[in-house]
Design a protein around this ligand. Structure first.
Ligand code: PAF
Length: 284
């Protein structure tokens, strides 16, 4: 595996991988890798001839009071994990490479970026869309893979790729990979490291409450009542607040107050200890 920090070196290395019409799949990350990321890499290997992964803790997607400084950074351990999974190139740019002096461009995706986590974290999805668009232009992959755990992020990236007519990758080749969960049901996340043992046990109740709400809605229960019960159960489990707990259209993230069997998901963000956890599940 080549670890590359300079854009000109990346371009040459990607060109070399593409010789003979070989294809590239891409897994962008912020590091602190866990089984969820490694699942993305394994899926990526099945999608193309070579896998490129990136590690970049993107300052533009953190708010002024968020955890940019505390965000776990473990470059050497992460690189070893990626190498063991057969990644060809690890793209690990510095902040200066990504945002050189005078950098001034921002990508904003209206609508889908503005609700749910976008309402609680202003500017977050602009930062995500901007860095992902830059990473796509740098790596020029045939396929890109993202965890469905950040469902809203996936919806924003797909909207951006469609609206900007991206071809590398084309929107149809932006692949969502099912959330990887611990045995307790807790969705894997780099931010789970902020939880104590007791909080981790309690956090498992989040997905259990979501499953019960989905089952109730599918059985014909009122959507608002089912979601209110879910939020009460999450608080009773020891979460200190629920930022949102909604049923939304899977693509537009429009709020749904009734379920008409369309592709929809329950999305939740809730706080426990020092962590703000997000999770989502489909109605299928
Ligand atoms: O999901 C993440 O790790 C990040 O938001 C991403 C997609 C790598 C952009 O910084």
């Amino acid at each position: 595996m080549q670890t590359i920090n300079r854009l000109e070196d990346l371009r040459k290395a990607v060109d070399a991988l593409k010789i003979g019409g070989k294809t590239i799949s891409f897994v962008p990350t912020m590091g602190a890798l866990h089984e969820g990321h490694l699942t993305l890499v394994r899926e990526a290997r099945a999608c193309a001839d070579h896998v490129v992964a990136s590690i970049f803790v993107n300052p533009r997607q953190f708010g002024p009071t968020e955890d940019l400084d505390a965000y776990p950074r473990r470059m050497a351990a992460d690189a070893a994990l990626l190498e063991a999974e057969g990644v060809a190139i690890l793209w690990a740019p510095t902040v200066d490479q990504m945002y050189p002096q005078g950098y001034a461009t921002n990508i904003g995706v209206s609508g889908v970026s503005e609700v749910a986590c976008g309402a609680a974290r202003p500017g977050h999805f602009d930062g995500v869309a901007t860095v992902v668009c830059k990473l796509f232009n740098q790596v020029r992959p045939d396929v890109a893979l993202f965890g469905e755990k950040d469902w809203q992020q996936l919806a924003v990236i797909r909207r951006m790729a469609r609206d900007l007519d991206l071809t590398q990758p084309h929107v149809d080749n932006i692949v969502g990979v099912e959330t990887v969960r611990e045995a307790s049901g807790l969705a894997m996340s780099s931010r789970n490291q902020y939880l104590t043992e007791v909080e981790r046990d309690r956090a498992a109740q989040l997905s259990a409450a979501m499953r019960r709400a989905i089952a109730a809605i599918k059985d014909g229960a009122d959507v608002t009542e089912s979601l209110d019960t879910m939020k009460a159960e999450i608080l009773a489990a020891g979460f200190t607040s629920v930022d949102y707990g909604d049923l939304r259209d899977a693509a537009t993230l429009e709020t749904l107050f009734g379920w008409d069997r369309r592709d929809a998901r329950v999305l939740v963000a809730a706080r426990i200890g020092a962590a703000r956890l997000i999770d989502n599940m489909g109605m299928e």
